[in-house]
Design a protein around this ligand. Structure first.
Ligand code: MG
Length: 322
C-alpha cells in the first residue's frame, strides 16, 4: 500500500474506542504501553475472521467491525473478565475509505460500550481478514475456566440458542430457514458479548465458556477439561420465537445444539450456590436458563422430554459443518 493509504488507515484507527487513563501509550509508537491494575491478572484472547470462511465477503463493514471485536470480547466474558484494550491486524484487498469508515464505526461503538481502547494494530494488503486481540482483567480468585465442573453441578445458558445458526442457514439458501432471516440476521452479524453476565457469574459459577462453536462442542470442551459428562434437556434450551417456530416446522434440533456464532455463555454452578447464582442473574437484563446437569463420565448427552437420549451425530445433519 502507498504511504497515503497508511495515512488514511491511521485516520480511521488512531483514536478508536474510548480513551483510558491506564493507557500510557496507544497507537503510534512501536508498542503500546499499558498499566494493568495491581493485584489483577491480565486476560488475553485473539481471534481471526477470514472472508469466505467466517463471514461473507460482502458483509456490511459496520457489522463486521462490530463482530470482529464482539467475538473477542465474548472470550473475555467467558472468563468473567473486565475488558480494557484491543489491538487490530487488518488485511485488506484495497484501501476503501467508505469501507474503512463503516468498519471503524462498528468497531468503535462496541468498544466504547465496553470501555475498550484500541491501542495498536497493523495493516497489510491481501485477502480480507480481521484479527483482533483483546486484553482485560480478572481477580486472581474470581474467574471462570473450563476445568472446574463437578458431577451434580447445574448447567445454565444465557439468552437464546440457535438464532445465528438458523440465520446462517437462511443466508446459505436453506429453503426451510430463509423465512426466518429477517428476524435473526442481526444475531449472526451483531452478536452481543455477555460481559456483564460473565462478571456477575465469576466467583459463583465454576466453569464458563462462550458458545462460539455450538452448545455440544463448547459444553464438550468443559466436560473434557473437567473430566466429567453433561446431560442437557432439549426442552429446557432457551429458544427465540423464530427458532421455536422453525423447530415446530422442521424438527431440526441439530441447528440449535451444533451451530456456532450465538456467543451466549454456558456456565456450571455447584448446586449449593444455586440461590446465590440466581440472585446474581436477577441483577442482569438477560434471560438465563437451567438446561441440564454435570454427571460422572465423559461427553455431552442430550435427552428429549421423556428422558430418552437423542443422538445428533447419527442423524446426519451437516449443513453447518465447516
Ligand atoms: Mg471462547
Amino acid at each position: 500500500m502507498a504511504l497515503s493509504e497508511f495515512n488514511l488507515i491511521e485516520h480511521y484507527f488512531s483514536r478508536l474506542g474510548c480513551q483510558r487513563e491506564d493507557t500510557v501509550l496507544a497507537v503510534g509508537d512501536d508498542c503500546a504501553l499499558l498499566k494493568p491494575p495491581p493485584g489483577k491478572l491480565l486476560a488475553v484472547s485473539v481471534d481471526t475472521l477470514v472472508a469466505g470462511v467466517h463471514f461473507f465477503a460482502d458483509t456490511d463493514p459496520e457489522n463486521l467491525g462490530h463482530k470482529s471485536l464482539a467475538v473477542n470480547l465474548s472470550d473475555l466474558a467467558a472468563m468473567g473478565a473486565e475488558p480494557a484494550w484491543a489491538t487490530l491486524a487488518l488485511t485488506l484487498p484495497q484501501s476503501d475509505p467508505d469501507w474503512l469508515s463503516a468498519f471503524s464505526r462498528g468497531f468503535s461503538a462496541l468498544a466504547i460500550e465496553h470501555n475498550v481502547q484500541l491501542v495498536g494494530g497493523d495493516t497489510t494488503q491481501g485477502p480480507l481478514s480481521v484479527t483482533v486481540q483483546v486484553q482485560g482483567f480478572v481477580q486472581p480468585d474470581r474467574y471462570l475456566s473450563r476445568a472446574a465442573a463437578r458431577p451434580g453441578d447445574l448447567i445454565y445458558a444465557t439468552g437464546s440458542l440457535g438464532d445465528a445458526g438458523l440465520a446462517l442457514a437462511g443466508l446459505r439458501g436453506q429453503a426451510s430457514a430463509v423465512g426466518y432471516l429477517d428476524k435473526l440476521q442481526s444475531r449472526l452479524e451483531r452478536p452481543e458479548p455477555r460481559i456483564a453476565a460473565g462478571q456477575a457469574f465469576a466467583g459463583i459459577a465454576g466453569c464458563g465458556i462462550d458458545i462460539s462453536d455450538g452448545l455440544l462442542a463448547d459444553l464438550g470442551h468443559i466436560c473434557a477439561a473437567s473430566g466429567a459428562a453433561a446431560r442437557v434437556e432439549l426442552d429446557r434450551i432457551p429458544l427465540s420465537a423464530a427458532v421455536r417456530a422453525y423447530i415446530a416446522e422442521t424438527g431440526d434440533w441439530q441447528t440449535v445444539v451444533s451451530s456456532g456464532d450465538d456467543y451466549e455463555l454456558c456456565v456450571t454452578v455447584p448446586e449449593l450456590l444455586k440461590t446465590r447464582f440466581e440472585e446474581a442473574v436477577r441483577s442482569l437484563d438477560l434471560a438465563v436458563s437451567l438446561i441440564g446437569r454435570i454427571e460422572p463420565g465423559a461427553g455431552v448427552c442430550c435427552v428429549d422430554g421423556h428422558g430418552n437420549p437423542v443422538d445428533f451425530t447419527a442423524k446426519g445433519y451437516d449443513h453447518f459443518q465447516s
